[in-house]
Design a protein around this ligand. Structure first.
Ligand code: BTN
Length: 241
């Protein structure tokens, strides 16, 4: 599939840039790709460290659906990224609910979905941002003990990184343009949490629970000392991988 890909050696944030374009009508599946970000954004207002030579990409979708039906987009993207990496590098990452990819017990990819709402409660567009640490970069390890990289190489050709970006788009479209929930079975297969004892953390509490499943609403189903709960949001800490 062909995509309109705008490439930058350096940018503040591919999400911020594409959001501005989308406000002016940028069409669905336009992609922005950068080698390096100076103000990469993460979830919950955090920053996302974005050293040179990795994959920082964003794309726009115009789902034309109520905002409360969009929560499965991010898991869909996580599956697409997992499968694109597997196809290109024969490396299997695991998905840590809700939207991080892990390899060798370290986070190697984060996904940030930003929704532009309309007054009637539908989404005018979503910007989906994906940051993948492909290359071995000491700054990632020094600054964030949890971050790692997919490859042990120090650099990867731009053409290969672009090929990964295109594979992610193709994979995503396969699921997004099809009404099937098959991607959620895959999401569960790739999950590194199901069956594990984890710490579930919210602003007000932190408790040890066992992950039983991830349901088709994308909620984490946990067993908390015999009681079953489903969570739609929150942070998870894994005790033992
Ligand atoms: C997270 O793990 O908290 C989400 C990180 C998302 C990072 C990507 S990199 C490309 C896009 N541009 C950004 O500024 N953020 C996303």
């Amino acid at each position: 599939m062909d995509y309109a890909i705008q490439y930058f050696e350096k940018i503040d944030s591919t999400n911020t840039y594409l959001y501005r374009l989308a406000l002016q009508g940028e069409p669905e599946y336009s992609v922005v790709f950068a080698d390096e970000q100076t103000a990469g954004k993460g979830r919950r207002g955090r920053s996302f460290l974005s050293p040179k030579g990795n994959v920082y990409m964003s794309f726009v979708i115009r789902p034309n659906r109520p905002i409360d039906t969009l929560h499965l987009i991010t898991p869909m993207v996580a599956v697409a990224v997992q499968e694109a990496i597997e196809e290109l590098f024969q490396i299997s990452c695991g998905i840590k609910w809700v939207n991080d990819l892990y390899y060798n017990k370290r986070k190697v990819c984060g996904i940030l979905t930003e929704v532009h709402p309309m007054e009637d409660g539908t989404a005018e567009f979503c910007i989906i941002g994906i940051g993948i640490n492909l290359c071995n970069d000491d700054s990632l390890k020094e600054l964030n003990h949890k971050a790692g990289s997919i490859l042990t190489l120090n650099s990867v050709d731009l053409e290969i990184r672009k090929a990964l970006c295109i594979k992610i788009m193709d994979r995503f479209r396969l699921y997004y343009e099809n009404d099937s929930m098959d991607f959620m079975n895959r999401y569960r297969d790739y999950s590194i949490l199901i069956g594990k004892e984890v710490t579930y953390i919210t602003q007000s509490e932190s408790r040890t629970v066992k992950v039983v499943n991830i349901n088709n609403n994308g909620e984490l189903v946990v067993d908390d000392h015999g009681e079953i709960f489903s969570y739609y949001d929150g942070e998870i800490q894994l005790k033992n991988f």
